[in-house]
Design a protein around this ligand. Structure first.
Ligand SMILES: [Ca+2]
Length: 266
């Protein structure tokens, strides 16, 4: 048996944790305990720095995303929410991606997703909390509201950076992440991208006896053939000499992160 390790969403969700060194509590939207009807979208993280939650409701507001946050101390906090107005690049009116942030069931005054074409921290005003608070994202439109993160600062004059390198440094510090990526081990071959080509290459290399890591930044494998895009493979599939090839692909697509034992080539 040859080994194929599938490393899914390797830049993805971090466990909820209050700030360690930074004077802030940074809550990544994708780490909410209950995503409700919001979806995690990772496809622009190379441009804006992180996965975010998307309210894809086809015009019907999606269910609230909810989580509970621990604070280092009770008191007043300045709130910043990282979002954007996704129709602003075309100067289209109406800001369709509007949403509210609820703290212990009460909406902050600001309506988010209404300013700026670029990802930015929108001012949410101040809020008083105890050592624990329930936070919710409340979609208003069902038209692709976007929330990357919610930041709480005891220092009411704190301004969260929009500059990506400075923001990345703040994320690492606030989330307790290492400055360098963790060592993922040694492999004979590392394949970047889990579309059909990448997944097939990884399986083929494993069949030939290599120890392979397959990296994918989406929650599923398959690219256009995945459940996200649904342009299914048809025609001459599962033919000799590898009559189980697509069955193995399906197994990979279903199991997510982990290890798949691939039978070596005969
Ligand atoms: Ca995020």
């Amino acid at each position: 048996m040859m080994l194929l390790w599938l490393l899914l969403s390797c830049f993805g969700v971090q466990a909820a944790s209050p700030a360690r060194k930074a004077p802030v509590v940074l809550l990544e939207a994708e780490q909410f305990a209950n995503l409700g009807g919001w979806l995690v979208d990772q496809q622009f993280m190379d441009q804006m720095g992180s996965p975010y939650l998307l309210a894809h409701g086809l015009g019907e507001p999606v269910r609230d995303a909810e989580t509970t946050v621990q604070f280092p101390a009770a008191g007043k906090y300045q709130v910043w929410v990282r979002t954007r107005d996704w129709v602003a690049p075309w100067k289209a009116p109406g800001a369709p991606g509007r949403f509210k942030v609820l703290v212990n069931g009460k909406a902050l005054n600001t309506t988010f997703g209404t300013e700026s074409a670029a990802w930015h921290w929108q001012d949410g005003g101040t809020v008083k909390v105890g050592r624990e608070a329930k936070i919710a994202l409340h979609d208003l439109t069902g038209f692709e509201g976007r929330c990357d993160a919610v930041l709480f600062s005891r220092d009411l004059s704190f301004t969260s950076p929009n500059d990506l390198p400075a923001l990345a440094a703040l994320r690492r510090e606030a989330l307790g992440l290492p400055k360098a990526p963790e060592d993922g081990g040694s492999y004979d071959l590392v394949v970047g991208g889990g579309g059909i080509a990448g997944t097939s290459a990884a399986i083929s290399a494993a069949r030939l006896g290599l120890r392979v890591a397959l990296l994918q930044d989406r929650p599923v494998l398959g690219g256009n053939n995945s459940s996200e895009v649904r342009v299914w493979l048809n025609g001459g599939i599962n033919l000799p000499p590898y009559q189980q090839h697509l069955d193995e692909m399906k197994q990979l697509m279903m199991q997510g992160v982990g290890r798949l034992d691939i039978k070596a080539a005969p």
